[in-house]
Write a protein of this length. Structure first.
Ligand SMILES: Cc1cc2nc3c(=O)[nH]c(=O)nc-3n(C[C@H](O)[C@H](O)[C@H](O)COP(=O)(O)O)c2cc1C
Length: 362
């Protein structure tokens, strides 16, 4: 019996197995609208047997994109394009999910393969916003724009945008919604004292800095159906002195749980560029932290970071470290990773891949 391939039911949604595709920006959309690239990229991993497919960071407003070619859910055209992709994903037996967010002060960037630097307004970029005027990086070689400090009215408007995006996600057929609270983007930038220096009710101590995330989650939970799972991705550690620790995030997870969040997706880093160098080696540690957070906050977790082998993934689920594993780059290399993992673990693949393939394999 495989733990990895045991279905998981959360609310009214059943995942055929514990394998999810991690959200991965594709920098391939025009005007925030998904196209054939996204359909094949996401759809092929559904064919390949993953139980959950999470679409990349999806902006709640145009200025919430990371790059000009990121996707969005701020208009109906975007939701209609996503609906076509989602129909294909669910026809293959996978759950279609999406990560909604706002890039904050890390938006207005070029795609990584174009250097990833901040785009000036006359290069297709836009003014950026944040909890205050702390830029992402101004002492490295890449200069980032100074964000405009959001007023309390801006914060309320932003929370309404998350609500509107959640409603569009529902209309687009997503059955799993994740709020992006990690990687130094807007919600995380409010939570970490590395960025948030406010002295009003949205800053100060841990509870004050958590307010933006918690109010946003509450507002989204109120419109995202009770019977569908809601997740939040956190950077469970900032990986730098003075930043958020696992204990801070365990407290956050408890607050999220009280507000009806079903899963914490445990990622890490992203708030400070000096921590970047260590992210690569620290990603493996995230898996352990997912287990600690699951035990102490008593909430379901998703583990992510350098998960590449079937037995490794099986052990993560079997040991109670996480309820699901998410794979990013390994699934890029092998869309059929889940199918191959089933074969390796001696699981009947027919329950996990479409019959067009499953009938002949195993
Ligand atoms: C090309 C690429 C794009 C990514 N985009 C996102 C994203 O949109 N949202 C997010 O939360 N994480 C994003 N990530 C991080 C992944 O979701 C994942 O956490 C990370 O790659 C570690 O998992 P892995 O070792 O299995 O790749 C991205 C990673 C890559 C490689």
């Amino acid at each position: 019996m495989s733990h990895l391939f045991t279905p998981l039911k959360i609310k009214d949604v059943t995942f055929r197995n514990r394998i999810g595709m991690a959200p991965m920006c594709q920098y391939s959309a025009t005007d925030g609208v998904m196209n054939d690239w996204h359909k094949v990229h996401l759809g092929s991993r559904a064919v390949g047997g993953a139980g959950l497919i999470i679409a990349e960071a999806t902006a709640v407003r145009a200025d919430g994109r990371i790059t000009p070619n990121c996707i969005g859910l701020w208009n109906d055209e975007q939701a209609e394009a996503a609906a076509k992709v989602n129909r294909f994903i669910s026809d293959q037996g996978a759950v279609a999910g999406v990560q909604i967010g706002h890039s904050g002060r890390k938006g207005s960037a070029a795609a990584p393969w174009n250097g990833g630097a901040h785009l000036k307004n006359d290069e297709g970029g836009w003014p950026v916003i944040g909890p205050g005027d702390v830029a992402f990086d101004n002492d490295g070689t890449r200069l980032w724009k100074t964000p405009a400090q959001m007023s309390v009215a801006d914060i309320s408007e932003m929370q309404e945008l998350f609500v509107a995006a959640a409603k569009r996600a529902l209309a687009a057929g997503y059955k799993f919604l994740e709020i992006h609270g990690a990687h130094g983007y807007l919600l995380h930038s409010f939570f970490t004292s590395l960025v948030n220096k406010r002295d009003d009710e949205y800053g100060g101590d841990l509870r004050g800095r958590a307010r933006m995330m918690l109010e946003t989650v509450e507002a989204v939970r109120a419109v995202w159906p009770e019977n569908l799972p809601l997740a939040v991705r956190l950077s469970v550690a900032d990986w730098i002195e003075g930043g958020l620790t696992i204990q801070d995030n365990i407290q956050m997870a408890k607050w999220l749980k009280e507000r009806g969040v079903d899963f914490v997706d445990c990622s890490g880093g992203g708030a400070n560029p000096k921590a970047r160098a260590s992210i690569g080696s620290r990603t493996a540690d995230q898996v352990g932290l997912a287990g600690q957070l699951r035990a102490e906050a008593e909430i379901a977790t998703m583990a992510v970071g350098l998960i590449t082998k079937a037995k490794q993934a099986e052990e993560i689920i079997a040991s109670g470290t996480a309820d699901m594993v998410l794979l990013g780059r390994k699934l890029m290399r092998d869309p059929y990773w889940a199918m191959n993992a089933a074969l390796e673990l001696g699981v009947d693949v027919k329950a996990h891949v479409p019959m067009q393939y499953g009938f002949y394999i195993g």
